[in-house]
Design a protein around this ligand. Structure first.
Ligand code: HGY
Ligand code: MN
Ligand code: MN
Length: 416
């Protein structure tokens, strides 16, 4: 029985799967935590694999832990159309970031199967390993491996307990020495399209359920380490201190000011550690993260240069040593006309405005632009919230997004 009278997608099945997956890694407070190579991520992938099998897909896991469900096309060995997203999450995240794209894609392929649809090209749904980078401060591991750009050096990144990505992979039964096998051969992928929540307020402000992504902003992740001098809080005069936290506070204020100045870039300090951490000790060492983004790489890099210049001056004045390390740096990724046009046509067929918007959030497709044309379809986020337990998209909007994805895939895969 079709739950959605207007389209093909089974709205109830998609919604109940989203709800079931959301329970994995959920805390009392309602937030979801499914870090890569943990019990929670494995359980999530096992559940998605069961849905893939229900959808009639051939299911496998590659050497990077990407979970893949394949539906054959009419033309043997034709370049594959990839779709999907991720099922890992940030700490205390929401129910939709990642799962909507993975489960929306499974739903689209199951609908093709139930309708006896034949496509020229094969279609594969991928649940990419570690999109978020929440555990190792280095993300998009599965899509990098798919693009052939993941290196052994990348696998040396460690989590807060000193466990490297390579060790975590081995603990998951994966062999990090085989990551090269994951890379897709040039010409083997026709296109990649991902359904995802917007995680911003634009669609909501336009009162639109869906949108077509024009490009993805490029994130630069850095770690700042400031070394001053731990000292007695009671006996050290203010003018004789080398207070690492006071210096960091000034630098963070400059980050906010410089990132806000352009009107398009965003700068976030999401992690901060200090030591020794006594109530009566002047902080001797501080480290904090910077996530800096813009849809224009030159603008982002100019903001970064200004921040670095001011941080150096501020720390020199306070006789605090400053060290910075780049954790990851991605150029903005344009979405291809091929995928955008297919998604716009799908929107128009369904009576939705084919509204174009950029993505402030990073996504796996950023790593696939050399491999194939990429594109994304967005679904409205309530209050623009994400990376937060209150993250929410309505059942109707999720269904609308999956309908657009379904028709976009039919177009890209060549419905016969
Ligand atoms: O950080 C991001 O933009 C994405 O959610 N990984
Ligand atoms: Mn995501
Ligand atoms: Mn995310």
């Amino acid at each position: 029985m079709r739950a959605s009278s207007t389209g093909e997608i089974d709205a109830d099945r998609l919604w109940s799967r989203l709800s079931e997956l959301a329970e994995i890694g959920k805390s009392e407070g309602g937030g979801v935590t499914r870090l890569s190579f943990t019990e929670e991520e494995w359980a999530a992938k096992d559940l998605v694999a069961s849905y893939m099998r229900e959808a009639g897909l051939a299911v496998r896991e590659d050497a990077a832990g990407n979970l893949i469900g394949r539906r054959e096309g009419r033309v043997e060995d034709a370049p594959v159309v990839l779709t999907g997203s991720h099922v890992d999450s940030v700490r205390n995240g929401g129910d939709f970031d990642g799962p909507l794209g993975a489960l929306g894609a499974v739903e689209a392929l199951q609908t093709m199967d139930e309708r006896g649809v034949e496509t020229e090209r094969p279609v594969e749904v991928v649940a990419f390993t570690d999109e978020e980078g929440a555990r190792f401060s280095f993300g998009m591991i599965g899509s990098r491996a798919t693009a052939g750009t993941l290196t052994p050096e990348h696998l040396a990144n460690e989590d807060e307990n000193g466990v490297s990505i390579a060790e975590a992979m081995r603990a998951s039964g994966l062999d990090p020495g085989r990551i090269d096998e994951v890379a897709r051969a040039p010409g083997s992928v026709y296109a990649y399209v991902e359904l995802h929540i917007e995680q911003g307020r634009i669609l909501e402000s336009k009162n639109l359920p869906v949108g077509v992504v024009t490009g993805i902003a490029g994130p630069a992740w850095l770690r700042f380490t400031l070394a001053g001098e731990a000292a007695h809080a009671g006996t050290t005069p203010m003018n004789l201190r080398r207070d690492a936290l006071a210096a960091a506070a000034e630098v963070i204020g400059r980050i906010e000011r410089e990132a806000a100045r352009t009107g398009t870039s965003v700068g976030t300090v999401g992690q901060l550690d200090l030591s020794p951490g006594g109530i009566n000790i002047v902080p001797g060492q501080v480290s904090f993260s910077l996530d800096l983004r813009d849809i224009d790489e030159d603008v982002r890099d100019d903001v970064e240069a200004r921040i670095m210049h001011e941080a150096a001056l501020l720390c020199e004045k306070r006789d605090v040593e400053l060290e910075t390390k780049t954790l990851q740096r991605l150029p903005p990724a344009p979405c291809s006309a091929l995928v955008q046009d297919a998604a716009r046509e799908a929107c128009e067929t369904l009576g939705f405005e084919p509204f174009g918007l950029a993505s402030g959030a990073g996504h796996d497709g950023m790593h696939l632009t050399e491999l194939c044309p990429i594109g994304m379809i967005f679904v409205r986020s309530k209050d623009g919230l994400s990376h937060n337990p209150a993250e929410y998209s309505s059942k109707d909007d999720c269904t609308a997004g999956a309908e657009v994805l379904y028709r976009t895939l039919l177009k890209l895969a060549g419905e016969t």
